[in-house]
Structure formats: C-alpha cells, structure tokens
Design a protein around this ligand. Structure first.
Ligand SMILES: NC(=O)c1ccc[n+]([C@@H]2O[C@H](COP(=O)([O-])OP(=O)(O)OC[C@H]3O[C@@H](n4cnc5c(N)ncnc54)[C@H](OP(=O)(O)O)[C@@H]3O)[C@@H](O)[C@H]2O)c1
Length: 422
C-alpha cells in the first residue's frame, strides 16, 4: 500500500516560494506539494512541472485533501482572506508574512486555536534565524527582561555601507537596491515599520500578551547623514538600527531606532545585511542568534522547518494553542533615560553655541562633550555642532529640539541618537 504523504498547497512562487520548491525538489521529504497558486503561474511552468497550478485560490482552499497551506505571497488583503479561509477549513498554515501577522495576528492565532490547527511563522521574523520556535518552546518559561535585535537587513546594510565605504545615505540605499537587498519602495524598511512588525511579534511571545506594533516607538534611518556616521565613528561608536524590548521597574519599553553602541556591544560586529537577536534570560543567561534575515533559501528553510514540525506533530506552538491573548501596552519611552548624541546644523556665527547651551541647561541636560569641525573662515554654509549628553530624559531632548527649531538657530534637520548601554 502506498504510504500517505501529507499534502501542501503553496501560495506564491516568488523569491521564497521558488526557494522552497527548489529545496523540496532536491530533497526527499515526507510530504508532497499538491497545488500551487500564483498570479503568473503560466510564466513559471518550467518550475511548476506537473503540479496543478492556477491563479485561483480555490484550487488550494477547496481541496479537502490539502493539510497545510504555505502563504508566501506577501501583502495583506489576499493573504488575510486565504489564511482565514484555510483556518476555517481546519488547514494548518505556514507563513513568512510579518506584515499580516503584526496587523491581524490576534484574530488569526485565536481562530487557529479555536479550530485546533497551527500557524507556523518562523520565517516571518529574521528569516533563517530560529528565534520564534526557541521563544515558543525552550524559553517559554524563562523571564526575559531584555531583547535587542537587528531585525532589518536593508537598514543594517545601508548603515554598514555608509561607514565602511564612506557613502552618504542616498548612495548606500541605491547600492542596497542594486544588490536586491532593498525593495523598489523601501519605505517600510527605512522608516522602521518592518522591524516594528517583527519586534511586536517577539514582544508578544515574550510577554504572552498581544502587542500592537502601532504602540511601538519607531524612528527610521532616513535622516542620518554621512556626518553622523563619521562623527560617531571618530568617537569610537557605531550606529545600528536597534529593535528593543526592555522590562524595567515593571514597565515594558519597546523601541525601534538608530542607536549608538560601544565596542563590546553584542551587536557591534553584526554587519551588512545580517540580522541578530540577543536576549537575557533571568535563569539561563545571555543568548545570541546571528544569521541571514532574508533571502530565498534562508527564508524558505524556515518555512520548510515549520512544515516539518507540523507534520511530525511535535510543533508546540503555545502561541496558537494555549495562550489566551490579552492586549498589553508598552510604557511611553519618554520616561526613559539615556545618554544622547545630537547633531545640530547651525549658522556659523558668534553666540550660537551660547544659545544652545543655555537651552540645554534650562532643560536640565548636562553636556558630556561638544565637538565642531568648522573651517577657520566663517562661512554661509551651516556647520555641525555635535553634543554628547549625560543621561537625561528623552522628553527633554524632544523639548530642546523644538525650542532650537523655534529659535531659528537650526539651519537644517537636527539628528539625535540614543546611546544603547547594554
Ligand atoms: N524575500 C525574503 O527574503 C523574505 C524574507 C522574510 C520574509 N519574507 C516574506 O515572505 C513573503 C513573500 O516574499 P517574497 O520575497 O517571496 O515575495 P515575491 O518575490 O514578491 O513573491 C510573491 C509571489 O506571489 C505572487 N503573487 C503576488 N500577488 C499575488 C496574487 N494576488 N495572487 C497570486 N499570486 C500573487 C507573485 O507573483 P508575480 O511573480 O507575478 O509577482 C510572486 O510569485 C512576504 O510576506 C515577505 O515579507 C520574504
């Protein structure tokens, strides 16, 4: 008698879908791809071969024999429809779609639990890095007061390229696009939203409450200039776009923002498009995961491992099974203290520095150091004044930047970076 093989329906034959199909075709795995849905399936017949294919989601959703659907289409509306339908029909789901889960995960995980099926989403956070299943299983009983990550390869590539190749932001972004590391529209990467989607999923796993990504404090890297990278480098720091979960005095702080770190920081050597996640376990100590956060095969491998876990029945997703979701809300980050780097493009004339230091002092900001590298002759061009502060409240930084803007001292956009002390 022929052995029963679980049946998979694959939605999306793009970067991740093709990687998955290639791995499956090269391996001997205990399941079969029974159908593929892709809007341009006709152009991909060479890859698809004899597998039934269509652009109609019904090919998979109406097939009662399909046990698991894999969604690697991307976007929100169609995947939401597909996954809802699949869960209603008691099909397990594997997805790489952080955007969808960050927006609709609360409802989708609840539906999966009600219907006794699973949602595997290892690939949705940091590609090949096995962080989801580790948090869901091994570290489920751990107390995690701090997690930090580089969760977006595009921004990490750009920041590394600015530092190592001395390119300004637009050139570094163009390089990332040319290398296929940034989308044609990179807005969600650059403005920090993509990382916030991922951080919300990680924070939900750690806190066992549902965190809405809209409540995360997010700043992108779009206003950083080569001056910021070179000034911080001269001071012995590196700039990294850090996603951060921090539990302090019973309050939860969540942020995604460009930050400066010192040598010895866990994320110091995480360069180019690599991703990394570090976290502190109260009992188990510090942990660090580094690897490929994206790419066809790395992401497809995580999808494959979710499929295998579901098939083997040892998938243990508390998130979909046991966890009764309640919403939780991070505390305002303005209540947090940090040291800050501030770059102020100002008029090159007497009295400007005195005005700035007066505003800082009125707002109880103590200066650790001041730097300027202006030409000896006065110039009409703005010159940068760099200030590093001692620890102060973030709301004071926002305050002084507003005041400086009103005072007309600024000749361009001020940039501030929080110092990450961990
Ligand atoms: N790429 C990565 O490295 C990576 C890493 C982590 C997570 N992810 C996530 O994985 C998912 C897939 O990403 P990807 O990079 O593989 O995307 P992609 O290369 O754009 O592939 C998407 C595939 O879905 C097809 N498709 C799009 N809209 C469709 C529709 N309405 N109906 C049917 N098929 C449709 C596309 O067809 P066309 O060929 O006609 O466009 C394409 O084949 C996304 O959620 C993404 O965030 C990707």
């Amino acid at each position: 008698m022929k052995k029963y093989l679980p049946k998979i329906g694959l939605f999306g034959l793009g970067t991740v879908g093709q990687g998955l199909l290639n791995i499956i075709q090269k391996s001997s795995l205990p399941f079969e791809i029974s159908a593929i849905v892709d809007r341009s399936f006709q152009k991909k017949q060479d890859l698809i071969g004899k597998i039934p294919a269509s652009s109609d989601p019904g090919l998979i959703l109406d097939n009662q024999e399909i046990d698991i659907i894999v969604e690697v289409i991307g976007g929100v509306d169609l995947p939401l429809f597909i996954i809802r339908e699949a869960l209603d029909k008691k099909k397990n789901v594997v997805t790489a779609n952080k955007f969808l889960l960050a927006q609709h995960g609360y409802a989708l995980f609840s539906k999966a639990r009600e219907n006794g099926v699973k949602i595997g989403f290892e690939a949705s956070v940091a590609g090949a890095i096995p962080i989801i299943r580790n948090l869901e299983n091994i570290f489920w009983y751990e107390q995690i007061p701090l997690l930090e990550g580089i969760l977006n390869g595009t921004t990490n590539y750009i920041l590394t390229c600015m530092r190592t190749e001395k390119k300004d932001y637009p050139e570094a972004l163009a390089d990332a696009q040319r290398l296929g590391l940034a989308e044609a529209d990179p807005a969600l990467d650059i403005n920090g939203t993509d990382a916030a989607h991922k951080l919300a999923l990680l924070a939900s796993l750690i806190s066992k409450k549902w965190i809405d990504y809209n409540n995360i404090y997010v700043r992108g890297i779009g206003n950083l200039r080569i001056n910021d990278i070179s000034w911080t480098e001269k001071m012995g720091y590196r700039v990294k776009q850090i996603s951060r979960y921090h539990l302090h005095d019973g309050k939860m702080f969540l942020s995604v923002e460009p930050s400066i770190i010192r040598p010895g920081h866990y994320l110091w050597d995480v360069e180019f498009e690599n991703n990394a996640i570090v976290f502190q376990g109260a009992y188990s100590g510090n942990h660090m995961f580094v690897g490929k956060g994206a790419g066809s095969y790395p992401t497809a491998y995580s999808v494959l491992s979710d499929i295998m876990h579901i098939i083997q029945g040892n998938y243990n997703p508390y998130i979909a099974n046991d966890c009764q979701w309640h919403y939780d809300y991070p505390s305002p980050i303005d209540d947090n203290e940090n040291a800050f780097y501030i770059r102020l493009p100002v008029r090159d004339e007497p009295g400007v520095l005195a005005q700035i230091t007066a505003i800082l002092s009125e707002n109880h900001i103590s200066i650790a150091s001041v730097h300027q590298d202006a030409p000896l002759e006065t110039t009409d061009n703005p010159v940068d004044i760099i200030i590093v502060t001692h620890k102060c409240y973030r709301k004071s930084i926002h305050n002084i930047l507003n005041l400086l803007e009103k005072s007309k001292v600024l000749q361009g956009e001020a940039v501030f970076l929080a110092m990450d002390e961990n």
